[in-house]
Design a protein around this ligand. Sequence first.
Ligand SMILES: Nc1ncnc2c1ncn2[C@@H]1O[C@H](COP(=O)(O)OP(=O)(O)O)[C@@H](O)[C@H]1O
Ligand SMILES: [Mg+2]
Length: 330
Amino acid sequence: MGVVSSSIRDQEAETLQPEPLPTVPRTELAISARRLRKVFEDKIAVRGLTLDVRRGEVFGFLGPNGAGKSTSVKMLLDLVKPSSGDAEVLGRPIGDLQAKARIGFLPEHFRFYDWLTATELLRLHGRLYDIPPEALRHRVPTMLETVGLSPHSKKQLRHFSKGMLQRIGLAQSLINEPDLLFLDEPTSGLDPVGRRLVRDIIKSERERGATVFLNSHLLSEVEVTCDRVAFIKAGEVIEIRDMNSFAEGRNGIRARVTGISEDVLLGLHAFASSVLCDSELLTMNLNGPELAPRVLRYLVEHGVEVFEFTPVRLSLEDRFLEILGADHGL
Ligand SMILES: Nc1ncnc2c1ncn2[C@@H]1O[C@H](COP(=O)(O)OP(=O)(O)O)[C@@H](O)[C@H]1O
Ligand SMILES: [Mg+2]
């Protein structure tokens, strides 16, 4: 690690996101990450990931390409060593073998031995998980059936299309009936039928009681499957939201303002779960619609000039586009 990266680390050390309040007992958490950070040479891939994922929830990790989603997951899986910070996965420190045995993972970019047949690949992965051969005899065909590859069970992977490879990748991630399933861009390369399959798999995994951590840059994918979503951009979680909150009433505010200082922006966090200010456009997600008049008074009393102030209903898409588009001030 060079001088550049350590100096970046020093500068950034104090600007990590605030820790969310620990509201859930630790035993009920599938993932608990604290200030997990990864610096590659002079590139900060993940700034300081702090998040809790509850057991049994489907958690969406939503952000544009390059945001740091895959690196975050790889750190949780012990595939990339964090530069700093730590995490517990299934109640164990990162890298714990007992926890790993209970995890399934579909990597974003995978390469399987292409001389293996579909059945052989699943058997191999099953054996790596130490699943007894008798159990595998049933489970492998069941998994192939689940992902619609039964007719191709004896075909070598080198003859598989991209979509078929993605399907066998999915089957591989489920072979140990995981308690925690990481899917990294699972629908890439899949046609609409394949995308539907991923959705169905996530649903049945949730019904089975598994926790699903879904990396995606696709809003629609997250929208239809997840219980909660974290928006990630440039290595930083901008916001974590319950999906239900998007169906609620007019909690959003859009305002056009001038003369807003950093301190006043910071003060707005008392009223809102998120505050974004991009040049003159201020967007907030209020903790309740009744707070709108108080926010307006607060702005005016603090010398901000308000040209427009409109309660709006923020959809997931609105939030996503705002986060992608705006340089978040705070
Ligand atoms: N092994 C690596 N070496 C150097 N830079 C990397 C490496 N892996 C990822 N990065 C960089 O880290 C950033 C985050 O990458 P990644 O976690 O793959 O994002 P995402 O999965 O959200 O698309 C990107 O800028 C990427 O180029
Ligand atoms: Mg990725």
